[in-house]
Design a protein around this ligand. Structure first.
Ligand code: G3I
Length: 418
């Protein structure tokens, strides 16, 4: 076996572990790995019985860890009583009404199948003024059997029509995404004489087709999603960047502008180790006259309370460039909020949500926030490891029964009082 392969990949394995596990889990895992390595040394220098004993011990430690870290927890829900008297109910103003005075966007993301139903639709119309397609407009989701240039627009058409019919703004998510599972593009680029030229042609075709189809109906497009590497400073290595460098971003923006000159064009991402590089990218785009209107910061809070100051100071810098800023994919994992300014974890989650929105409202060109889901019944966290084992993630403003959670009320209060 070629050990260099493991070591070549080591940074990305560690990166994945840090991103995936909460710090507590991550460090505990490191301790256990160290323990197991230590025990394995003993394994080699002792006689047979001790070896069996140590193997048994290792298995026991492993099972205990799995039980501790990968099993669901149950938290008391006191909020239905505690907030029962609050002003908000279905006959009162929704979040979108409070936001209207401030010309603010309060949005949700979901698949069209989930939202286009009586009860759900009514709830959403009561609270939100913006809709983002969670997956239906992604390049790979639009393709039939993954075949480039062969599109099925059924779900995408329904999504755009839903927003129009219900008077909501529509956010198109997302045109170009390195993690977008475009197998054919990757394979063909690998054998193309000029991979950069080949990819550029496909980018232009895709954007012209999709943006052109919805011309005048999409308020904002996430033209490029997640261009930066998550942990290491720099752009993410992907099929676009590897063959075109940052030209893929510039060309995508130009193509989108050409296809719909009135649509607002966003780069969507997160603040990672690369704040300066991302900032410099925006400066470069502006200086070169490339059409760019805003930056969407995702806002998935998965591993503990984010540094709100760091998050908002970056948005402020982008806003100071004259661009719009939004939080485009906000959700706060409940278990990440243990002990945050309250003994009641649902309250902790609400406090954090309120603080983020309040801080954002102080930024001049802040346009609003989109929540990544509609209620806690379904969230992407519940389908990806390790979060799917570490329930509840309960990251949204409403629980599965559509009860308003403290998160809802903390945001409500911020909107009322600003
Ligand atoms: O629709 C198919 C279904 O037909 C099939 O049977 C099933 C089998 O796995 O897969 C279904 O598609 C899944 C899709 O979600 C719809 O549920 C995909 O496998 C799954 O990969 C996809 O995950 C989405 C993920 O992006 C990758 O595209 C999540 O729903 C979506 O919430 C997530 O959203 C991303 C943003 O786009 C970018 N920022 C991070 C955010 C969270 O990861």
């Amino acid at each position: 076996m070629d050990l260099s392969m493991i070591f070549d990949d080591l940074p990305s394995v560690i990166e994945l572990m840090i991103v995936t596990f909460t710090p507590k889990v991550f460090y505990s895992m490191l301790i256990v790995i160290a323990l197991l390595l230590g025990l394995s040394v003993v394994f080699f220098i002792t006689e047979k019985r001790k070896v069996l004993f140590l193997i048994g011990l290792n298995i026991l430690v492993g099972i205990t860890l799995v039980i501790i870290f990968f099993s669901p927890k149950v938290y008391e829900r006191s909020y239905t009583e505690a907030y029962g008297h609050h002003v908000a109910n279905d006959n009162e103003q929704g979040l979108k009404d409070l936001a209207a005075d401030k010309d603010l966007i309060i949005g949700f993301a979901s698949g069209i199948d989930r939202v286009d139903k009586g009860g759900v639709k009514a709830r959403l119309m009561h609270e939100f003024n913006s809709y983002t397609s969670e997956n239906d407009l992604k390049w790979s989701a639009l393709l039939v059997d993954g075949e480039l240039r062969k599109y099925d627009f059924t779900e995408a058409d329904r999504s755009v029509a839903f927003a129009k019919e219900h008077g909501m703004r529509f956010r198109g998510h997302a045109l170009i995404w390195g993690k977008g599972k475009l197998v054919q593009l990757t394979e063909e680029a690998a054998v193309a004489d000029d991979p950069g030229a080949y990819i550029l042609e496909e980018i232009r075709y895709h954007i012209k087709t999709v943006v052109g189809r919805y011309k005048g109906q999409v308020d904002s497009w996430d033209v490029v999603n997640e261009p930066m590497a998550l942990m290491a400073p720099g752009f993410e290595s992907n099929v676009f960047y590897d063959h075109m460098g940052i030209d893929y971003i510039k060309e995508a923006l130009k193509a989108a502008h050409e296809a719909d000159p009135d649509a607002k064009l966003f780069i969507n991402g997160y603040v990672g180790a690369d704040e300066e590089i991302l900032y410099d990218l925006f400066v470069e785009l502006i200086e070169e006259g490339i059409p760019i209107h805003g930056y969407g910061m995702q806002g998935h809070v998965m591993n503990g309370p984010m540094d709100i100051e760091k998050m908002t100071s970056f948005l402020k810098r982008i806003s100071d460039l004259g661009l719009e800023v939004e939080i485009t994919e906000m959700d706060v994992r409940l278990r990440a909020m243990e002990g945050y300014k309250s003994d009641d974890i649902y309250e902790s989650q609400g406090i954090f949500y309120g603080e983020v929105i309040k801080a954002c409202m102080e930024i001049e060109n802040f346009r609003g926030v989109t929540f990544w889901g509609v209620n806690d019944e379904r969230t992407w966290y519940d389908s990806v490891p390790p979060y799917k084992w570490q329930k509840p993630s309960d990251p949204l403003l409403f629980d599965s029964n559509w009860n308003r959670k403290p998160s809802y009320y903390h945001i409500y209060d911020v909107l009322m009082n600003i």
